[in-house]
Ligand binder design. Structure first.
Ligand code: HEM
Length: 471
């Protein structure tokens, strides 16, 4: 009787309260989350269990509840969008991406834009970009001679930026392409530094005090980039873009259910958003890929033998379907997801979730990193074991490197395709070795988590046959 009463009291308490969490000042929690994100999340999970509550972003900030149980993640993904506010977290992107960006939309507007933007990233349309991805990679590695060494983290963004400019923007190398490439890579590099990125988090710093002030300089750089993008859109509008297959051309022809096409401003905002969300993320995933593959001799050997089985000049589609390569790429994004969390959601009304009664104004976080570390789903979760993806299928609430539900990443299929082709092209042309034996740890870089130290490698030989022929 006494036990039943105490159980009842406990579950009533659970229904009332927020999940437990650290009582330290919110500033300290914020700093821990920025400086040592994975260590801090692991420590909170171990101490408070799942879910737990953090206080971030200064005093009076709303409670931020982290969930990693698949059931809770499924429940969060199915909360209707009318009950959630996504802008609390995404508004920081507005100065860069523009107010029409997909990521800044909510409700029906969001649905309409997603509907317009999804098709180019799927099926035959996406597969059509395969040869170009292999060609860009091959050109990028052409100067890498035996004995040369470089940081993988430095070269991957060069490859992924070119892929975005040619495949998404549909640009051909030339003066405008080169200018845009140079301006974008320097802006995006700056955005990853703590000083520059703090401008976006603190609106009082967003004052144009002339070309030498940080915000004034940002606005001027953005204006030059925008003028190049608008010039490209205008040129393409004057040409026959109906027969082209790049993503910009497809977005130009797409119509919503009312027959409406995207305006130039909408196109600009979507292009910049795709660029910002798609280039650094895939570069980070590729950086982890080379770290994990070249620090695991058995995996390296199995991958080489699978790739060799394809023969010369294989179709990109055949590469993308290789089971072991697919398992390796999936496991890379499981063990070291480059986004630790899904887009935070602010509740607009009280919600019942995972036995908790959460008030209006609570931030819900489906935590990708912790979901991928659940030992009952992924035994020995710290270990890099691609075989787990050959042995079993995981639900979208257990394995979610790209988030999920109606806000999940629209570049999922595209970036997995790109990742496999870049890895296969490089491995088929060169022998590489890690230049440092040291273990790495996950560190924050802009919106992504990358390996510390930049993954320096050395070219130890050229493969006898260059198996991918340029188109
Ligand atoms: C390895 C590469 C990538 C990873 C790990 C990744 C991960 C993510 C994650 C975790 C989200 C949030 C999803 C959620 O809240 O449920 C997201 C959203 C998004 N991603 Fe990606 N992403 C990658 C590549 C790309 C690429 C290549 C593109 C496009 C070129 C892209 C475009 C987007 C867009 C537009 C959204 C916002 C979707 C919306 O709000 O409806 N991503 N991504």
């Amino acid at each position: 009787m006494l036990i039943r009463a105490s159980l009842l009291r406990k579950s009533l308490q659970r229904l009332m309260k927020l999940p437990d969490g650290p009582r330290t000042p919110s500033l300290l929690q914020t700093l821990q989350l920025i400086a040592r994100p994975t260590e801090f999340l692991d420590a909170c999970q171990e101490r408070y269990g799942d879910p737990f509550t953090l206080r971030v972003l200064g005093l009076n900030s709303p409670p931020v509840v982290f969930f990693s149980h698949p059931q809770a993640i499924q429940e969060i993904f199915s909360i209707p969008s009318s009950k959630l506010d996504f802008r609390k977290a995404t508004h920081v992107f507005e100065p860069l991406m523009g107010e029409r960006s997909l990521i800044l939309q909510e409700g029906q507007k969001h649905q309409r834009q997603r509907h317009l933007m999804m098709p180019p990233f799927h099926g035959d349309r996406m597969r059509g970009y395969g040869r170009l991805i292999c060609e860009i990679t091959q050109q990028a590695i052409a100067p890498w001679s035996t004995g040369s060494s470089f940081s993988i983290q430095k070269v991957m963004p060069e490859i992924t930026l070119q892929i975005i400019l040619r495949v998404v923007f549909g640009m051909e190398p030339g003066p405008r392409y080169q200018q845009l490439e140079q301006l974008l890579s320097s802006l995006l590099e700056d955005v990853t530094t703590p000083f520059y990125s703090s401008l976006f988090f603190f609106p009082p710093l967003q004052r144009d005090l002339g070309a030498w002030s940080p915000w004034g300089q940002f606005l001027r750089r953005r204006a030059v980039i925008d003028s190049l993008i608008y010039a490209e859109i205008a040129e393409r509008r004057s040409q026959d873009h109906e027969s082209r297959t790049d993503i910009l051309s497809m977005l130009m022809t797409a119509r919503d259910e009312n027959g409406q096409q995207m305006s130039d401003v909408e196109l600009r905002d979507q292009l910049v958003s795709l660029l910002l969300l798609g280039y650094e993320t895939t570069a980070a995933a590729l950086t982890w890929a080379f770290y994990w593959i070249y620090s695991s001799p058995l995996v390296l050997e199995k991958l080489h033998s699978e790739l060799d089985g394809l023969g010369d000049n294989p179709e990109p589609e055949a590469i993308a379907q290789l089971p072991y390569l697919s398992a390796v790429c999936s496991e890379i994004l499981r063990v070291t997801p480059i986004a630790l969390i899904c887009t935070p959601r602010l509740t607009k009304e009280p919600l019942q979730l995972a036995d908790y009664h959460l008030d209006t104004g609570t931030i819900l976080i489906p935590c990708i990193y912790l979901a991928h570390r659940r030992a009952e789903v992924f035994p020995e979760p710290q270990q890099f074991m691609p075989e787990r993806f050959l042995d079993r299928k995981f639900s979208p609430y257990e394995y979610l490197p790209f988030g999920g539900g109606y806000r999940g990443c629209i570049g999922t299929a595209f970036s997995m395709f790109e990742m496999k082709l870049v890895v296969a092209t490089i491995m088929s042309n060169l022998h590489l070795a890690l230049a440092q034996e040291r273990a790495v740890r996950p560190v924050r870089r802009g919106i992504t988590i990358v390996p510390s130290g930049g993954v320096p490698v050395v070219v130890t030989g050229q493969r006898a046959v260059s198996r991918f022929q340029p188109v």
